[in-house]
Design a binder for this molecule. Structure first.
Ligand code: DX5
Ligand code: ZN
Length: 241
């Protein structure tokens, strides 16, 4: 019988201290038949978990929804960072919140961004906005002050184990510049093809949260992989200072 555990994070997104980095393993690359066991492999080494929600419309794949988030919730106190690849996330924010999500990120491409951000805020969720590789930074720019987290996709969303798109990270520079200019505290996250080689590239441009699926869960030692990605990114941050 699993130990009963619940969210240990208070509402919203925890602020990262200066120089603090997070690796968020993506369970998309984990064994869905043994999710709780897979999560246990990484919970000693990081406190964020990335949950990819795909609806078969916004992306050509289907994964998990609120029932799976709720089933996993009692097994871990990790911060549940839910990436909603959905055309209609607004219909499900309340369900994700009740299921135990700590933050939700919606795609700017689906529109209604202000309304969705306000609803996430009202629900006490961390507020995230996602930009696809082919979407210009300018699509997200008006909303940077509304969000806690900006996720710059470094692959086309929908599938794991794709190659990192280096051209996507130029958006990080624009986001970092805007955040500095407007004095905004927003965490920049990257997702897709992140590993020990690519995390430093994004880190040197301002990314502070690194989603990694295959590099963690397809590794024989997921704990060590998280440590290595974290160390490689930290090194790049200290060099770029
Ligand atoms: C892709 C998902 C990613 C995915 C990353 O649509 O948003 O979170 O799990 O997987 P890797 O790290 O294997 O590229
Ligand atoms: Zn994702």
């Amino acid at each position: 019988m699993a130990q009963q555990r619940t969210r240990t994070h208070s509402g919203g997104l925890p602020r990262l201290a200066a120089g603090e980095l997070k690796v968020a393993p993506s369970v998309l690359a984990a064994d869905f038949g043994n999710l709780a066991g897979e999560v246990a492999k990484v919970e000693g080494v990081t406190d964020w978990l990335h949950l990819d929600v795909m609806d078969g419309h916004f992306v050509p794949n289907i994964t998990i929804g609120p029932p799976v988030v709720a089933s996993l919730r009692p097994h871990t106190g990790m911060f549940f960072d839910c990436h909603l690849m959905m055309t209609n996330p607004g219909d499900f924010l309340e369900a994700f919140s009740s299921a135990g999500a700590d933050s939700c990120s919606v795609h700017v491409e689906v529109g209604d961004t202000e309304v969705l951000c306000a609803e996430m805020r009202r629900l006490g969720l961390g507020v995230g906005l996602v930009v696809n590789p082919e979407t210009p930074y300018e699509a997200a720019e008006p909303y940077l002050g509304l969000v806690d987290l900006l996720l710059i996709m470094t692959v086309h969303p929908g599938f794991g184990n794709q190659s990192f798109m280096p051209e996507a990270v130029t958006k990080l520079t624009k986001a970092r510049d805007q955040a500095e200019r407007e004095n905004l505290r927003v965490t920049l996250q990257v997702d897709g093809g992140i590993d020990e080689q690519t995390a430093p590239v994004a880190a040197s441009l301002g990314a502070r949260c690194f989603v990694a699926g295959s590099a963690v869960f397809h590794s024989p030692d997921p704990t060590d992989s998280v440590r290595r990605i974290h160390a490689a990114a930290s090194e790049a941050v200290s060099v770029s200072r």
